[in-house]
Design a protein. Sequence first.
Length: 187
Amino acid sequence: MKRIVILASGSGSNAENIISFFRENDLVEVSAVFTNKKTAAVLDRCERLKVPAFYFNRGAFSDSDSFIKVLQGLSPDLIVLAGFLWKIPSPFINAFPNCIINIHPALLPKYGGKGMYGAKVHQAVKENGDSETGITIHYVNENYDEGAIIFQASTPISSEDSAESIAEKVHQLEYEHFPKVIEKLLM
Ligand code: GAR
């Protein structure tokens, strides 16, 4: 059995999509979801889906040793950042080499880095008048959005798109591709 642990900070629609996708696969399970936000909707989703979910605060996260031990106790084959917004500390990265991946809602290296997440990315894409956007799935290293790229997919956008409709197009790409890319990495 391959085990996935998900870290998510917000709504958790990707987390739910990944959990649902692997319900159909006897060889892979989502063992747990962790969030850094007490009120994150991902906690409600996990309750409904009956997946163990845990909240941790900044102190627990910065004290990497204990957080690492908790995660090592789950023996994850892959740690998936699905809308997780804190930078991952180096000891954490070193404890799980080539094992932590992130999804970013744009075509990196465009629109990456500190402060570029969620709606802010889509707003910037809109303001620049780009004709396409997309998703990037990449390994996580010490710098925001700079780890080796695993997969990208794009979608056309036009001047008629709003930041919200761009977000919707990007979410559809995420739902379609993220679970499949995870599955490939695990097999
Ligand atoms: C997703 O679009 C993901 O790509 C983005 O946050 C959203 C979370 O949505 N991640 C980042 O911006 C990371 N820099 P969700 O909570 O509904 O899955």
